[in-house]
Design a protein around this ligand. Structure first.
Ligand SMILES: Cc1cc2nc3c(=O)[nH]c(=O)nc-3n(C[C@H](O)[C@H](O)[C@H](O)COP(=O)(O)OP(=O)(O)OC[C@H]3O[C@@H](n4cnc5c(N)ncnc54)[C@H](O)[C@@H]3O)c2cc1C
Length: 852
């Protein structure tokens, strides 16, 4: 083969580069791997500082693609040291003759896409120009040490050591006065060992980190045994897990257990000495501030119990950001080190470094001399090593320019404008939020299979479409927005590097979900990509995931339960089933008062529940109609949603138990709805409510009842309404809309269940009556201002959209929220689905606006 023209150039000979080289060779692709260092190993080649170890257990932090490795390599410890992991990488490289495919001491400086030849030209520090069809950045997420942004760094005359570029011969600090700047993972691992040698150690800390004890020793018995017993299942579980380690996710909310029990559970997790154990104690640590605080305070209590000086303990205690939103660390005697008389902690917030000097450091009101300075200041993570190479795509745009406001990728693997460029563990993939061995292998497999598919299909180029890339950005944001990560200044968010855009760089939707998405993209013929070759172009445009990630999780969970379809039940059974489901959901926020009563309906008394806010009244009042397809539900069945609206909008809610079908068919519900509205208007003052400010609201069939009540109020002399809030309403039973087909199955409310509801409620002839299908009213003008919320994955989406549009055309003031990625039911799931918070907030805001 020509060395200057190959199928694939790979940059980097860490674990990613090694495995990719192996796979390329196995499948007949010519390649060159270019590596700055003079050996393999990447992270484990460069990070030779004392105490450097992996913090994912070696049962999990190892290759799985060569099964023989498991028998021929025995890890000596649970968390292997850097020299041992480096030896492992060298062993793999030697065993598979990978050294012969790697050019060492060769830095890639630039890469330019040539649109005519459909190839990349890669330039190296040795002045070589290599052309290749495909160009893969296996440059690592944590391979570009961050330049310390401290004044005077170049003044210091003594030895300076950077943890990410540690001298190969090691450093002896015996008898020295040493400064360590930085208390991230590298600092926390190295400080106890530097303290063992140094005569005096001063640790400069900007932000304390959460650290859990590594409790190193032999590999965990239970895990090792499982691995030995059934390796295939173990590895499959890891690949489909949240973080790339087969941990069973907790189903316990932190506040659902008594404080003593919670503490016992956290203590057990603490004693496991595993990075992911503590955060996995409760299901809601990553999404709920109150749940997270339980774990955060537990760690702080541990720090207080270890560190003798209370002031130092407090300084070491992380506050102001949630546990896990900065990478938690694993340590061996880190907190204990601060009990040693020669170790001192300096808080950079109260004593900032004024300057590094020729002989030491000026900080606060002190000047101190040091024999060595150690910078443990972290990395320009995720994108640093990628944009350090001058990568010019189509039209001469560089990747650095394109990513100025944050990295844009499709799947974290590819980027629009950069054909045939792949990134391993790039931004927008699980990467640093995972066991990276699992993520590296998954990316290498995906790239390999893509190259094979291209070769088989006669394609020369592959590039994602702008729609797919934007869809992926939105999905990443959807995933991030339901977590606590975005409010923390972390390197995950680019906050440690001045000028870096603030976005969550890794994908936080989980390793398993991500793998399924990538597999789906492949199975659907590279959905979201354009492939071109001599035989033509195949553009398979589309967005792979639009559903909200938490909504998807609920659907997946429900699918595993194998529940019978409601439409196979009798109405009585369906009601019992619905009540049983409601009994186990979170109750919703507290309100000032809840009072039950009865009011006169169209044909007899109806129960109602009044929700009153805690503030002083008289409050405006919303007459609310529950969901349940006119067949089931009651005045209390939408309790969490009613409480939420009451508390958030500061309005009173009267939820009405209108008559149900099939016992009372059309128009019973509609007539009851209007009767209840009139009664509330007439009795508002005696209920302590404001009779001049009344609105209607409802969800699903209740949205139908609310819309009809608003029309009846307009047509029958009142009451005058301030507004109508319709959440995924039924508005048209007369015909099929496209969404009935698009979302027929799989989103809880199915097409057949909707038909079952209609059949119970109204004869086909009655369904064109505007009292059943408010969309069909001949005149929609003069209705009160409306907010209509429709959900993307709802069979009723199009009829809700149509009603909003029709009212707007008739001159009604309409706010129409199309809830992206939601289903018919998901917005009502208060305290269960964080993605439902923004639409409910918008609904509460609409109610406030209705009432001025
Ligand atoms: C101290 C430390 C501890 C870690 N512990 C864990 C852990 O416990 N679990 C875990 O999952 N992950 C851990 N990681 C993350 C770790 O980076 C990955 O697990 C993994 O080793 C990354 O492999 P890689 O091949 O993708 O990248 P790297 O190992 O970073 O290799 C990238 C290589 O690319 C080379 N390179 C970069 N740019 C160029 C260029 N322009 N030209 C030529 N060569 C270039 C670099 O020299 C480097 O050798 C840790 C990282 C650090 C820093």
């Amino acid at each position: 083969m020509s060395r200057s023209d190959v199928d694939v150039v790979v940059v980097g000979a860490g674990f990613a580069g090694l495995y990719l080289l192996h796979e390329l060779r196995e499948h007949g692709f010519t390649s060159r791997v270019l590596e700055t260092g003079d050996d393999v190993g990447g992270t484990w080649y460069w990070n030779r500082y004392p105490g450097a170890r992996c913090d994912i257990s070696t049962t999990d932090y190892q290759f799985t693609w060569d099964p023989e490795l498991h028998d021929e390599w025995t890890w000596s410890e649970k968390h292997a040291t850097q020299p041992e992991i480096l030896r492992y990488a060298q062993h793999v490289a030697r065993k598979h003759d990978l050294y012969s495919g790697i050019d060492f001491e060769t830095r890639v400086t630039g890469a330019v896409w040539n649109e005519d030849s459909k190839k990349w030209t890669v330039t190296t520090s040795k002045g070589e120009h290599i052309t290749c069809r495909h160009y893969v950045m296996a440059t690592g997420c944590l391979s570009m040490p961050k330049e310390p942004d401290i004044p005077g760094t170049d003044r210091y005359q003594g030895p300076v050591h950077v943890t990410g570029r540690w001298p190969h011969e090691g450093v002896d600090f015996t008898g020295q006065r040493v400064a360590v700047i930085g208390t991230g993972s590298s600092g926390i691992q190295s400080i106890p060992l530097i303290a063992e040698q140094a005569a005096e150690l001063v640790v400069f800390q900007r932000t304390p980190n959460f650290s859990v004890p590594a409790l190193n020793g032999p590999r965990p018995e239970d895990r090792a045994a499982r691995l030995k017993q059934d390796r295939a299942t173990y590895e499959a579980e890891a690949r489909l897990s949240t973080s790339g380690v087969p941990v069973v996710p907790s189903t316990t909310p932190a506040l659902a257990v008594a404080p003593d029990t919670a503490r016992e559970m956290m203590e057990a997790a603490w004693q496991r000495g595993e990075l992911l154990a503590l955060g996995a104690t409760f299901m809601d640590v990553g999404i709920s501030r109150t749940a997270n605080e339980v774990v955060s305070e537990f760690v702080r209590s541990k720090i207080r119990s270890i560190v003798k000086d209370p002031a130092t303990a407090e300084l070491l205690s992380p506050r102001g950001y949630p546990f896990g939103t900065k990478r938690p660390c694993m340590d061996t005697n880190y907190y204990e080190t601060f009990n040693l008389p020669h170790v001192r902690l300096v808080d950079l917030n109260s004593s900032p470094i004024r300057s590094i000097t020729e002989t030491g450091i000026d900080f606060g009101d002190e000047s101190k001399e040091f024999d060595s300075i150690v910078y443990a200041t972290g990395f320009d993570a995720m994108t640093g090593a990628i944009v350090a190479v001058d990568i010019q795509g189509r039209d001469g745009i560089t990747l650095k320019e394109k990513w100025e406001n944050g990295p844009l990728t499709y799947l974290g693997l590819t980027s629009v404008g950069f054909p045939n460029l792949f990134m391993i563990t790039g931004p927008g993939s699980p990467s640093v939020l995972s066991n990276m061995m699992v993520s590296i292998e998954q990316h290498v497999d995906w790239i390999r299979d893509t190259l094979i598919a291209m070769r088989d299909g006669g394609f020369e180029t592959i590039e994602p479409t702008p729609l797919a890339e934007e869809g992926w950005r939105a999905h990443c944001e959807d995933c991030a927005s339901i977590t606590l990560f975005q409010d923390t200044n972390s390197w995950y968010m680019g906050a440690n590097v001045p000028g870096k855009p603030r976005v969550l760089f890794p994908y936080i939707g989980g390793v398993g979900r991500y793998r399924r998405i990538c597999d789906e993209v492949m199975a659907r013929g590279h959905l979201g990509f354009e492939l071109s070759g001599a035989g033509g172009t195949r553009r398979n445009d589309g967005v792979v995931r639009e559903i909200q990630p938490d909504v998807e999780s609920v659907l997946e969970m429900m699918a595993t339960l194998g529940l019978p379809p409601i439409e196979a039940m009798s109405p009585v059974e369906a009601r019992a089933f619905s009540e049983a489901s409601s009994a186990v959901r979170p109750p919703g926020p507290a309100v000032g008062e809840m009072v039950d009563g009865t009011l006169p309906g169209a044909a007899g008394p109806l129960e109602y529940r009044l929700y009153r806010p805690a503030s002083s009244g008289p409050h405006p009042v919303v007459v609310y109609f529950h969901g349940g397809g006119w067949v089931f539900g009651s005045h209390v069945s939408d309790d969490p949603l009613c409480r939420d609206l009451c508390a958030q909008a500061d309005v009173a809610i009267v939820s009405v138990n209108y008559r149900h079908a099939p016992e009372d068919r059309f128009p019973a519900a509609a007539l009851d709805g209007y009767a209840a509205l009139r009664w509330v208007a007439a009795n508002a003052a005696s209920l302590g409510l404001d009779p001049t400010r009344i609105a209607v609201a409802g969800w699903s069939a209740g949205g139908n009842v609310a819309a009809v009540a608003a029309q009846m109020a307009r047509d029958n002399g009142g009451p005058e309404l301030c507004g109508q809030l319709l959440l995924t309403p039924v508005t048209d039973g007369s015909r099929q809309h496209q969404s009935h087909t698009d979302n027929a199955e799989g989103y809880i409310l199915t097409k057949s269940l909707m038909e079952w509801f209609w059949n119970h409620y109204a004869d086909p002839a009655d369904r064109s009556n505007p009292l059943a299908s408010p969309l069909l009213a001949t005149d929609l003008s003069g209705l009160p201002p409306a907010m209509v919320v429709t959900a993307q994955y709802d069979p009723l989406r199009d009829e809700g959209d149509a009603y909003a549009e029709a009212m707007r055309r008739a001159g009604v003031l309409v706010e129409h929220l199309r809830a992206k990625g939601h289903t018919h039911t998901s917005i009502t799931m208060v305290d269960m689905l964080p993605s439902g918070v923004p639409p409910r907030r918008a609904m509460a805001a609409a109610l406030r606006r209705f009432f001025g």
